[in-house]
Ligand binder design. Structure first.
Ligand code: GUN
Ligand code: ZN
Length: 429
């Protein structure tokens, strides 16, 4: 038996999906909860006193009234954009050309990629994020850098080489063949190696020729257990550009489908300006829409009506989309998701927001049976939240009648100061 650890505090436990059922029936906070960890995994979740009595040899970490949650799962991010987050004044296409592509070109240097990968994992761990699906850059070394840094921390990450063979600078273009070859070599090396998961990654339809999309669709058909991640319908100008580049396509989603890039293991970032056919088709194949609300506000893309997509039975994940997103924090991201849904008259409950940031995103990544819940057999990837982390939050909590009010205040007002501890694979980081 490996060393056992017992975390005690208020534990967040899921019994069902609060987006599709009454949240009260699906999410519970146990005010005297405990999580027993053995090695990298959770072995038991229950009442702290009972667990303590049954496992007297376990080392105890008492977190008092803090909320012990599953670690946050960020379902769409760009770790190579860490250093240029919060770049001023552009909308999507200008933002990519002005800020993003020059920064991504620096990842030709593997030492720079390694430096940023470490910094990115430090920043996200400080914010309670334990798993992410990240775009890399066009350089194979940028994929190795993130997988290597994550492996050293015992961390589950999803990433893949970002493929582009047009409408990008010379030093950021591959070809249909090299995108296929490089992605294949990377996924054969990394996918399923301990906690590494590969995502085939065409950036988006405007930066790939139809030949490149087809080559990557063929690769996905050869490796159907990999994920596929891309962008979809983020801004109206982009949608119009896709229409002109793919005149035969029915719509933006169709540019992926006709090249073999639509499926349940597909992650489609943003998806704000969808036509009804696209919504119906995503629901039919269970393609995942990844909601990036801080990015959608920051780049001026729009406010996704997430509850409407839920009603249409489209599976959803939640994501920062750094550095288009303006924060590394999934708390801030939950707040922005709340605000975007409010825009459409659909307030999301704190229980639904926490679900989206943990088990919801884990399910979007097809990892819902190993991460995103506090339950026996799951990896001990955990975020501990101080529900009174600042004066502003503490005074709000003093007036509150319920723990859910306190949790909501921390979601709306909290940042990395609210993250008391982050555990990855049973180790405190
Ligand atoms: N669309 C294509 N590439 C990107 C990117 O890097 N960030 C965002 N937000 N949208 C994109
Ligand atoms: Zn993105």
């Amino acid at each position: 038996m490996e060393k056992q650890t017992l975390l005690t505090g208020q534990t967040l436990v899921f019994q069902g999906d609060p987006l599709h059922h009454a949240w009260e029936d699906c999410v519970e906070i146990n005010s005297t909860g405990g999580v027993l960890i053995d090695g990298a995994r959770i072995v038991s979740v229950g009442d702290a006193a009972t667990l303590k009595a049954a496992h007297p040899q376990a080392e105890v970490f008492s977190y008092g009234d803090d909320l012990i949650c599953p670690g946050f799962v960020d379902a769409h991010t760009h770790y190579p954009q860490t250093a240029m987050i919060a770049s001023w004044g552009k909308r999507l296409i200008d933002w990519l050309n002005t800020y993003t592509f020059p920064e991504e070109a620096r990842f030709a240097d593997p030492a720079y990629a390694a430096e940023i990968a470490e910094r990115y994992l430090d920043l996200t761990a400080a914010n309670g994020t334990t798993t992410m699906a990240s775009f890399a850059t066009i350089h194979a070394g940028s994929v190795d850098a993130l997988f290597e840094a994550a492996a050293a921390r015992g961390q589950c990450v999803v990433t893949g080489k970002t493929c582009m063979d047009r409408n990008a600078p010379d030093d950021l273009r591959d070809t249909a063949q090299s995108a296929y070859d490089d992605s294949k070599a990377l996924l054969e090396h990394w996918h399923g190696k301990d906690r590494a998961r590969y995502a085939i990654t065409p950036r988006f339809s405007p930066t790939s020729t139809p030949e490149q999309l087809s080559a990557l669709g063929a690769l996905w058909a050869e490796h159907p257990d990999c994920m596929m991640q891309t962008h979809l319908s983020e801004q109206p100008d982009e949608v119009a550009w896709v229409r002109s580049l793919y005149p035969d396509a029915r719509d933006y989603l169709d540019t992926y489908e006709t090249h073999g890039l639509l499926g349940a293991r597909g992650l489609y970032g943003h998806a704000i300006h969808l036509e009804q056919r696209e919504i119906d088709r995503l629901a039919e194949v269970q393609g995942r829409v990844i909601h990036c609300p801080t990015s959608n506000a920051f780049i001026g893309s729009g406010a996704l009506d997430l509850p409407a997509l839920t009603k249409a039975n489209v599976p959803l994940g939640l994501a920062t989309d750094t550095g288009g997103g303006s924060s590394f924090s999934m708390l801030r991201t939950m707040a922005a998701a709340y605000e975007a849904a409010q825009h459409h008259g659909h307030p999301l409950h704190a229980a639904q927001l926490l679900w989206l940031a943990t088990q919801g995103s884990a399910r979007a990544l097809h990892l819902g049976e190993e991460i995103g819940s506090l339950a026996a057999g799951y990896y001990a990837d955990i975020a501990v939240l101080d529900l009174k982390s600042t004066e502003a939050i503490a005074q709000r909590a003093n007036r509150s009648g319920s723990v859910w009010e306190d949790v909501f205040a921390t979601i709306m007002l909290g940042d990395d100061r609210a993250v008391r501890a982050t555990w990855i694979a049973g180790s405190r980081v």
